[in-house]
Design a protein around this ligand. Structure first.
Ligand SMILES: [Zn+2]
Length: 346
């Protein structure tokens, strides 16, 4: 799942909670009007990246990742988005060559992984405010309804007693080092986690299981019928650079085929799992284009301009630590350089 594990600055290049950001907020408290003007002066497209939107009452729950937001937070952020710029659907910007890079201030809203809580708590807000969004899914997980590896690891770390009966050195290692699962090939990772994911489903708090499990194909169909975009995020949430080249290609092409066959659409967009520096390369971009996708998004903070590569479009990630002011600063682009440095892009 999660593109960035945002629990510490070193694990999470795009961490929205770190203390240094608080000092940025203290130093910069410009008005909403000023920040909107700063954003609009760029005359370009800003893409927001969300992961999960949860019920307000779950905000303090130990299992809720820091890269999620509450429904109230999300509603306020979407209202700000609407007041800052025209909201666009990325499939409309990149699906047709002639419409690409319209030179007005625009914002697009995207979701990676798409856990069930997002369907329950983001979708009503989007539909109420008339905001079309893009949802990137790992098709194998949609079919199996298995949680992404990062969510299973997060639950095992939060509730360590769950791994007691299925403990193994490899599993212990994964649980000890929060990001070590991201360094493994997808088959190895699935083999290690297969010993415990059944236990996680039955022994974790059921509110967590219900919130974190992937959407169904039927729910994705509903999103399409409501005017949203559904795009790809590989088959198994495979971080491409950790796989063999053959696996990289098949994770992308099978993802495209799954969406086409299950939803009867030609998917347009693709989001790189993790999406950070070193997580994908030009050959992956070519394979994504070859499969039939028309654009791909990373998690490099920045604005989309005419010079942005269509298969590595920048996005800015939003999480629980985004106060109203920090969110507006984030949209305005004033934090981008700092973000890129934290992420390791520069
Ligand atoms: Zn993801």
């Amino acid at each position: 799942m999660a593109v960035q594990t945002l629990s510490t600055p070193t694990q999470s290049p795009n961490h929205p909670h770190d203390k240094s950001q608080k000092s940025v907020e203290r130093r910069f408290s410009p008005s909403r009007g000023i920040l909107r003007s700063v954003f609009r002066a760029r005359q370009s497209l800003r893409i927001l990246c969300y992961h999960g939107v949860i019920a307000d009452e779950l905000a303090g729950a130990s299992w809720v990742p820091g890269y999620f937001v509450t429904q109230s937070q999300f509603r306020e952020q979407m209202q700000i988005v609407r007041s800052f710029a025209q909201v666009v659907r990325l499939a409309d910007q990149f699906g047709i060559e002639s419409k690409r890079h319209v030179a007005t201030p625009q914002i697009a809203v995207t979701f990676d992984d798409v856990p069930a809580c997002t369907f329950a708590y983001a979708r009503p807000v989007l539909n109420e405010l008339g905001i079309p969004a893009s949802f990137y899914v790992s098709t194998g997980l949609v079919t199996s309804r298995r949680m992404p590896a990062a969510e299973i690891v997060q639950l095992l770390r939060t509730f360590p007693r769950m791994q007691k009966d299925a403990s193994s050195p490899a599993l212990d290692e994964i649980c000890k080092q929060p990001n070590s699962h991201k360094t493994l090939g997808i088959e190895t990772l699935q083999r290690i986690l297969s010993r415990v994911d059944g236990q996680v489903l039955t022994r974790a708090p059921q509110e967590a299981v219900h919130a974190l499990k992937p959407l169904s194909w039927l729910q994705l169909r509903t999103l399409i019928d409501e005017g949203h975009e559904v795009g790809g995020h590989t088959v198994d949430h495979a971080i491409l650079s950790r796989q063999t080249r053959a696996t990289r290609t098949s994770q992308v092409s099978k993802c495209f085929d799954d969406i086409r066959q299950r939803l009867n659409i030609e998917p347009v967009g693709f989001a790189y799992p993790n999406g950070g520096p070193g997580d994908f390369d030009d050959a992956d971009a070519s394979a994504i284009a070859q499969a039939g996708f028309k654009y791909a998004v990373s998690t490099e903070a920045g604005f989309c301009t005419k010079s942005s590569p269509s298969f590595a479009l920048p996005r800015v990630c939003v999480g629980m630590g985004h106060t109203r002011m920090r969110f507006m600063l984030e949209i305005s682009g004033l934090l981008d350089k700092r973000r890129r440095r934290q992420q390791g892009w520069i």
